[in-house]
Design a protein around this ligand. Structure first.
Ligand SMILES: [Zn+2]
Ligand SMILES: [Zn+2]
Length: 576
């Protein structure tokens, strides 16, 4: 365990200790370290007020400055039951733990049931590098059947600067929150009548999604993928063969027909259906790889509490593709997808690293196929990573149910990491579906399946891009690329002519004809983060030109319309 994680977990203990000193009747839940900090769940004798967090924090600092030791002790369950006699949640945990003994940690007066590890002494904690941030309701052990406890969250780092940088990032992220910006920029809406996790994309949001789709098609057609369309639902039978019925059933929406008793499901992924396109005609070794891509709507039955903006949805698409290939083609398939992903991430200005996602040999029941096939496929992927000099880190237990993956973890402009692209190797599904091709020796063989996504879900990616660009999309993605602003009504005929010129060049344009002041119209267009504003009045008409204002750069002066059109078209072409 890294030292900072020990510090975070130790702070959770210190927080529990402080809460107990302030409100001795508090019942303690659990308190682990988490990413960037820690939390502890409490059953408090009173509702928490805003200022209580400050009070707790003050108490924590007092305790830390006492240079308290963290001391571990193994004791019998019997002794532990006496020790935690007035702590019902701890008693429950003691009962659940295996064996006859449990370990406890003492810090000053405070004792917690805990297996550690911890720091040795509170003097290792920098009192200026942690902060309590918020409270939330949390069910005991995460189950809705249990009591709701109060969870107090804290942030903790090694240095004060790290904490400050993180707090600044959070502040900036809040300003960029895609749920707020998505509404302000009129990109998507949610309706209670339609249902949670099922967004409706307005014309503007749809324009961006279409641009993303076109771009992905552009990229994937270069490496031989062809777009197909497949239905949103299918018979349960398909998922019984693929293995989803067995391993994924609880995450799928079931569909009822009035005319058959057969089970149907909304599909959560496209792979099983794509096998049926492959299987639809005889294939020879010369036909391979067969590469197909799909943007069909997918559905997953997520818990409502886990849904969030566009980043966790019940209905979404994926830029999903499958290559059915021979074993000797696997490396090349991975290489070509990697090259396209690299290009895409460059276009979006995102750095990335690759997570090599492996199976968890301790939990073979979560996966399809045996150990031999997993060893083989994992070794092959590792070879590809090494041969292509790709930097990667391993993650055990993150594989797909049918095979190991290379997942791209991309960094946005605020330094936050998102898992976007993925390439996965699968020896199992083609086998289960009995897919065959005729090899050069005339024998029937089973193809290999490579699953891949370039940006993952375009909808989720839209959410990430809104925050990455703070709503100011590059010209090629902007729903409205140019706003024309006539100074007064008498300039509207000229504005119309300019609008037509732009539309003839496939530029997305809006004319602000409202009866408002010039200042107000400019401000409004700027609020919508439109990349270019063209202002037209008497001067522009007599010069047969437009006055150009570029977002973030300001006034570019007068320009003949042709010159402006060439400039913006070049930017769109280069996707900058
Ligand atoms: Zn602990
Ligand atoms: Zn797939």
């Amino acid at each position: 365990m890294e030292n900072i994680e020990k510090i975070r977990h130790s702070l959770a203990h210190i927080m529990a200790s402080s809460v107990l000193e302030l409100w001795p009747k508090t019942k303690l839940g659990m308190g682990p370290a988490i990413e960037n900090g820690f939390y502890y769940d409490f059953h408090l004798p009173k509702p928490l007020q805003e200022q209580d967090l400050e009070e707790i924090e003050k108490k924590m600092k007092e305790l830390i400055l006492q240079k308290l030791k963290f001391e571990k002790e193994n004791i019998s369950k019997q002794r532990a039951k006496k020790l935690f006699a007035i702590q019902p949640y701890k008693l429950e945990l003691i009962k659940d733990l295996p064996g006859q003994n449990v370990s406890i940690y003492k810090t000053g007066e405070f004792v917690d049931l805990c297996k550690g590890p911890h720091i040795n002494n509170t003097k290792e904690i920098n009192i200026n590098a942690f902060k309590l941030t918020k409270t939330a309701g949390a069910y005991w052990k995460g189950s809705e059947k249990n009591k709701m406890l109060t969870r107090i969250y804290g942030l903790a780092f090694e240095t004060e600067k790290q904490l400050m940088d993180y707090l600044n990032m959070l502040q900036e992220a809040e300003k960029r929150d895609h749920r707020k910006l998505g509404e302000a920029l009129d990109l998507f809406v949610f309706s209670e009548l339609v249902g949670p996790g099922l967004p409706l994309y307005t014309f503007r949001g749809t324009t961006i999604l279409n641009q993303l789709k076109n771009y992905i098609n552009e990229l994937q057609s270069v490496i031989g993928y062809q777009e197909v369309q497949t239905p949103n639902m299918n018979r349960a039978e398909l998922f019984k063969i693929s293995g989803h019925y067995e391993k994924f059933k609880d995450d799928m929406f079931s569909v009822k027909s009035h005319y058959t008793k057969e089970e149907y499901f909304l599909k959560p992924m496209n792979c099983p259906q794509h096998t049926q396109i492959f299987a639809s005609r005889p294939r020879s070794y010369k036909d391979l790889p067969i590469r197909i891509a799909d943007f069909c709507q997918l559905h997953r039955d997520e818990k409502t509490g886990e849904l969030s903006g566009l980043t966790r949805l019940r209905g979404f698409r994926q830029d999903d593709g499958h290559s059915f290939c021979r074993e000797d083609q696997i490396k090349n398939e991975f290489k070509s997808v990697l090259s396209v992903i690299e290009k895409a991430m460059k276009t979006f200005g995102m750095k990335y690293r690759i997570r090599f996602s492996l199976w968890d040999p301790k939990h073979p029941e979560k996966y399809l196929g045996d150990e031999k096939i997993w060893k083989k496929s994992q070794q092959l992927l590792e070879e590809i990573l090494v041969e292509n000099k790709i930097e990667y880190f391993k993650a055990v237990g993150e594989a797909a149910m049918y095979g190991p993956k290379m997942d791209l973890v991309s960094k946005d402009s605020l330094g936050r990491e998102w898992q976007l692209s993925t390439i996965q190797l699968d020896f199992i599904m083609p086998e289960r579906f009995g897919l065959k091709y005729a090899d050069s020796d005339g024998k029937e063989k089973t193809p290999v399946m490579v699953h891949r996504a370039i940006v993952g879900s375009p909808e989720r990616f839209l959410g990430i891009l809104i925050e990455h660009y703070a709503g100011a999309f590059p010209v090629w993605l902007s729903p409205v690329q140019v706003a024309i602003i006539p100074i007064s009504e008498k300039h509207s005929a000229y504005a119309e002519k300019i609008e037509k010129d732009l539309k003839d060049n496939n530029i997305r344009v809006e004319t602000k004809n409202e009866n408002e002041t010039l200042g107000k119209k400019i401000r409004e267009a700027e609020m919508q983060k439109i990349p270019y504003l063209l202002i037209v009045g008497d001067k522009e008409i007599s010069a047969d030109a437009v006055s150009v204002r570029e977002r973030s750069k300001g006034d570019l002066g007068q320009m003949p319309i042709d010159k402006f059109i060439n400039k913006i078209k070049e930017q769109i072409k280069l996707k900058i």
